[in-house]
Design a binder for this molecule. Structure first.
Ligand code: PEP
Ligand code: MG
Length: 558
C-alpha cells in the first residue's frame, strides 16, 4: 500500500512506525462540586499556565544553543510561551470557572474558543490554532496530573506518525531516534513542515491515510515523491536503500562547485522567482542565479511597477550574490503568464501570440523602465549581472534587444533560446549576443508543437526527444565556434541524466530549482567529458527516448 501526502524536501528514510499517544480526552462539562471554590480553581489554572510557560521557555533556551534548525525552533517556542500569558484567553478561562466549570473544563473551553477563531481566519492563522491547541493540552495534562502528549520513546529508531505535531514536539525531536515524520494533517506551511525543513528531517505531511498506520508497520518515507510505502517488498526496500545512499552522497558534495570527474567546470546555478529565494539557493550550494523570473513584480498589479520599485527588488537579489553571476530575464508576459495590461484578451493561440520579447516590443515603455531599473540596481551592487530576453526568434530580435539593453549601460546581454528558429540562426545570433540560455520548457513545446499547459498532449513535452536535443546541439556548436557561453535554464537541467547529456552536447552551465542541485552535482561528478559526449551522441540518435503511450491513440495491433 502506498499513502500519498506532501513531501518536505527530498530525503528518504525507512523504519518501523511509532504513533504519537492519543490526545487528552475532552473533560466533562458537569459543574464542579460545591466544595471547590472559584478562587482555588483560578489559582490552579494560573499555576498550570506558569509551569507550561516555564517548560516552554526552558526548551526554547536549550534549543537556542543547538544547530541552525533548533535555533529557529527556539523563536517558535518563545512565541508559544508568550501565548500562555494572553490576557483575553485568561479572562475567558476565569469566566468559565465563574460559570461553575472545573478548571480543566474551563481551560478546554477557553482554548477551544480561541482556536476556533484562529481557524476561521484561514491560512497562516488557522495553522497557528494548532499551536494553541497544543498549549491547551499541556495545561490540561498538568491539571489532571497526567503526562502531556509528546514524542514517544523507543530503544529503536522509528518513523513518528501523528495527526499533527506541535512546534514544541518538533523542536524536541531527536534526529538520532526519529527517522522521519508522517502526519495526516498539517499543510506545507505548518510548523511541523517549517521545522522539519529547517532541521533536515525527512517528512511527509497532509497524508490523510496515515491515520490507518499502526505501531510496528514498516514504512519507506520518500519526501521527494511525497509517498509512504507500507510494509514494502524486498525489492522496494533495496531501491529505497540505493536512493538513500545516493542522496546522502549527493548531499555530501554540497558546497563544491559543479564539475565533471575530469575537472571540467560546469557552474550550477539556481532558478529563482523572488529575491527571498536567494536563501534556499545559497543553502543548496548554487554558484549564482541562472534564471531570475521577474514576472512576480508584474503579476499581482494592475499596472507595471515603477522604476524605483523594480530597482529595489533587483538590488535585493543582487546584494545576495556579490562577485557571482546573476542572470535576470526581462518580463515574459503572455501565453501561460498573461498580464491584463500587456496581453491581448482574445488571442486564439496565445502560445504563438504576443509573448515575451514580442510583447515588450509592443510596449516599449515597459521594457525601457525594466532595463533602466536593472541598470540602476547593477550600479548599486557588486554581482556579475547578465540580462536576457525571453522568446527571441532570430538574430534581428537579438540585435534589437542587445542594442537597447547596452544603451542603458548593461554590460552582459543575451537571449533565451526557446523558439526553434533561433537554433537555425545560431551562428548569426552568436555574432550579436553575449550569451544564450536555452529554455527547454518552451523549446520543447515549440519544437514538438504541443501546448505545455495541455494535459492531452503532455506526452510530447519531453526534452529527451532527439529533435529537441538536435536543436540544442545547433546552439551549443555555435557557442563553441564563437566562444559564446551557452547555458540551460529549463526543467531539463534538473534531470541528472539529461544534465550529463546537455553537457556532452556542449552546454557549459546549468540552472535549476535549488532542491535539484544536489543530485545534478553528484551525477556530473561521476562522469568525464568524454563519457558525457558519448552519451550525448547516443541521445541524439534517440537511444534514450521512449515515446510515451498516448492515451488518445488506439495501440497498433498485429
Ligand atoms: C523555459 O521555457 O524553459 C523557461 C526556463 O522559461 P519559463 O519556464 O519561465 O517559460
Ligand atoms: Mg520559457
Amino acid at each position: 500500500m502506498v499513502i500519498t501526502g506532501v513531501g518536505i524536501g527530498r530525503g528518504i528514510a525507512m523504519g518501523p512506525v511509532l504513533r504519537m499517544p492519543d490526545p487528552i480526552r475532552e473533560p466533562s462539562s458537569r459543574p464542579r462540586s460545591d466544595d471547590t471554590d472559584a478562587a482555588t480553581e483560578v489559582s490552579r489554572v494560573d499555576a498550570a499556565l506558569a509551569r507550561v510557560r516555564e517548560d516552554l521557555e526552558r526548551r526554547a533556551d536549550a534549543a537556542a544553543h543547538g544547530d541552525g534548525g533548533a535555533r529557529q525552533a527556539a523563536s517558535i517556542l518563545t512565541a508559544l510561551a508568550q501565548m500562555t500569558d494572553d490576557p483575553a484567553l485568561h479572562d475567558s478561562i476565569v469566566a468559565g470557572i465563574g460559570r461553575g466549570l472545573t478548571a480543566q473544563r474551563a481551560v478546554f473551553e477557553g482554548f477551544g474558543g480561541f482556536e476556533a477563531k484562529l481557524s476561521a481566519l484561514g491560512g497562516y492563522m488557522s495553522e497557528r490554532s494548532a499551536d494553541l491547541h497544543d498549549i491547551g493540552q499541556r495545561v490540561m495534562a498538568d491539571l489532571l496530573h497526567v503526562q502531556a502528549p509528546g514524542i514517544p520513546h523507543s530503544e529503536r529508531p522509528f518513523v513518528l506518525v501523528a495527526t499533527d505535531l506541535s512546534p514544541a514536539d518538533t523542536a524536541a525531536l531527536d534526529p538520532g531516534s526519529v527517522l522521519a515524520i508522517v502526519t495526516s494533517q498539517g499543510g506545507p506551511t505548518s510548523h511541523t513542515a517549517i521545522l522539519a525543513r529547517a532541521r533536515s528531517i525527512v517528512a511527509v505531511v497532509s497524508a490523510a491515510r496515515a491515520a490507518d498506520l499502526v505501531n510496528g508497520d514498516n514504512v519507506i518515507v520518500n519526501a521527494a515523491s511525497g509517498t509512504v510505502s507500507v510494509n514494502p517488498s524486498d525489492e522496494e526496500v533495496s531501491v529505497a536503500r540505493e536512493a538513500k545512499a545516493r542522496a546522502d552522497r549527493a548531499k555530501g558534495l554540497r558546497g563544491l562547485p559543479g564539475g565533471l570527474a575530469d575537472g571540467t567546470a560546469i557552474p550550477l546555478l539556481a532558478n529563482v522567482a523572488r529575491p527571498q529565494d536567494a536563501g534556499p539557493a545559497l543553502e543548496y550550494g548554487a554558484e549564482g542565479v541562472g534564471l531570475f523570473r521577474t514576472e512576480f513584480l508584474f503579476i499581482a498589479n494592475g499596472e507595471p511597477p515603477g522604476v524605483e520599485e523594480q530597482t529595489r527588488e533587483y538590488t535585493k537579489l543582487l546584494e545576495r550574490f556579490p562577485g557571482r553571476k546573476v542572470v535576470i530575464r526581462v518580463l515574459d508576459a503572455g501565453a501561460d503568464k498573461p498580464l491584463p495590461f500587456l496581453t491581448p484578451e482574445n488571442e486564439p493561440n496565445p502560445a504563438l501570440g504576443l509573448r515575451g520579447l514580442r510583447s515588450l516590443k509592443a510596449h516599449r515603455q515597459v521594457l525601457d523602465d525594466q532595463l533602466e531599473a536593472l541598470s540602476r540596481a547593477d550600479r548599486q551592487t557588486r554581482a556579475d549581472l547578465w540580462v536576457m530576453a525571453p522568446m527571441v526568434a532570430d538574430q534581428y530580435e537579438a540585435a534589437y534587444f542587445v542594442t537597447l539593453a547596452k544603451s542603458k549601460g548593461l554590460r552582459k546581454v543575451g537571449v533565451m533560446a526557446e523558439v526553434p528558429s533561433i537554433a537555425f540562426m545560431a551562428d548569426e545570433v552568436a555574432a550579436v549576443a553575449d550569451f544564450v540560455s536555452i529554455g527547454t520548457n518552451d523549446l520543447t513545446q515549440y519544437t514538438m508543437a504541443a501546448d505545455r499547459t495541455l494535459g492531452s498532449v503532455s506526452g510530447y513535452q519531453n526534452a529527451w526527444h532527439p529533435a529537441v536535443l538536435r536543436a540544442i546541439k545547433l546552439i551549443a556548436d555555435a557557442g563553441v565556434r564563437h566562444g559564446m557561453p551557452v547555458g540551460v535554464c529549463g526543467e531539463a537541467a534538473a534531470d541528472p541524466d539529461l544534465a550529463v547529456v546537455l553537457v556532452g552536447l556542449g552546454v557549459n552551465s546549468l540552472s535549476m530549482s535549488p532542491a535539484a542541485l544536489d543530485d545534478v552535482r553528484a551525477e556530473l561528478a561521476g562522469c568525464t567529458l568524454e563519457q558525457a559526449r558519448s552519451r550525448a551522441t547516443r541521445a541524439l540518435r534517440g537511444d534514450f527516448y521512449h515515446p510515451s503511450a498516448d492515451p488518445h491513440v488506439e495501440p497498433l495491433r498485429g
